[in-house]
Write a protein that binds this ligand. Sequence first.
Ligand code: NGQ
Ligand code: ZN
Length: 458
Amino acid sequence: MNTLFAQDALLPTGWARHVLLQWNAQGQLTAVTPHSPPGNAPQVAGPLIPGLPNLHSHAFQRAMAGLTEFRGAAQDSFWSWRTLMYRFAARLSPEQVEAIATWLYIEMLEAGYTSVCEFHYLHHSADGTPYADAAELSKALLRAAHTAGIAITLLPVLYQTSGFGGTPPNEGQRRFIQSTAAMLRLLETLKPLCDTQGARLGMAPHSLRAVPPESLREAVAGLHSLDASAPVHIHIAEQTAEVDACLAWSGQRPVEWLLDHAPVDARWCLIHATHMSDTEYQRAAASGAVAGICPSTEANLGDGLFDMPRWQAAGGAWGLGSDSHACVNAAEELMLLEYGQRLQFRQRNVLADAQHAQVASATLLQAVAGGAQASGRAAHGLVVGQQADFCVLDAQHLALAGLGAPDMLSAHVFASHRTSALDAVWVGGRQRTHGGSHPLHEEAAAAFTAARRQLTKI
Ligand code: NGQ
Ligand code: ZN
């Protein structure tokens, strides 16, 4: 079955009626035709919306969601959370990583994400020595994505120092550390595996704190000689302490420094570009890079708020990530993003745009476009040539029943908080969830629970 009919579908141009979709064996849309008769095509039971690419994930952190919500110091911070996170990361086995990631990716599919960019830095064994197979944990993540049936962009992370100016790494970082040459070898090993699986391979210099200038240059050049269009992601300006340290080191703010010293363009994704000056907003947007925003994690970690109107006025692309997975729900991230702006500017419906008065439609379409760009995948929504990645809203859900299609999406984002109002999710033209649930839901949840029990016993 390579065809579907929807009464309503959210296309990049807006809501359309009576849409017939067709796709080929590669899962690529070959026709998206509004005002069509249904013909023999099976009809979906609710409005169709594009699947959202999740542009930032550290999968293992899903198993520690909820475990850092107690005060441990006079003033807890991002940095005290990070100490706990390192302690957790130090204990993980490859089997546990795979069980956590498999369950997480299933949760993502059930919650409206059809692809994920995995920012993967846990490379070595617990004591910091490399596994016999340097790609051991990368392979575990690729397997997890394959088992769940989510599309993946794997971003092996380069991590070398604990601070600006080449400060040596600390104990907690021993599983992450790699020479640039080792990273380039890892990329070469992974490229054919990713190609076979239909996964995309990119690379992520962790941050300017963790990667010295020469390594940054060499690693990006090495990646692009392997694949000229491969995505590059970097954590850039999440905490004000990081901005201050960068200023002390270089006399420049991190985004400013990056734009002056790296070939930043549309292949790049700036994760947590939270703290930017007006000039940085203008220049970063003009570079073509995507701003990777992670509303629930940025709130959870006390990062600060991104200035969306300023970024949008500068023409900047953006997308969403669930990062630490304190929340795994595409609709909730859209809600939190808008709420942050409302609280900041004391207005309502801040993120509606000229074509779409409904905030949910406007933000979903923009986040799909930016997310697709950041993941380096043809996942730009319901349009010919793109992957058939989409979700069917559950028209029977109490939060949605009886509404018109655009209002159903608004209710999905703003009224169905913490409940799933998705009936089915499709990736590359293949149905991954039925009645809101993945076929491996129970099995994967049990394996995740067992792994988390082992990890929290210590
Ligand atoms: C990470 N997470 O790599 O998991 C980071 C914390 C760091 C976020 N930035 C570590 N949200 O930035 O040093
Ligand atoms: Zn991150």
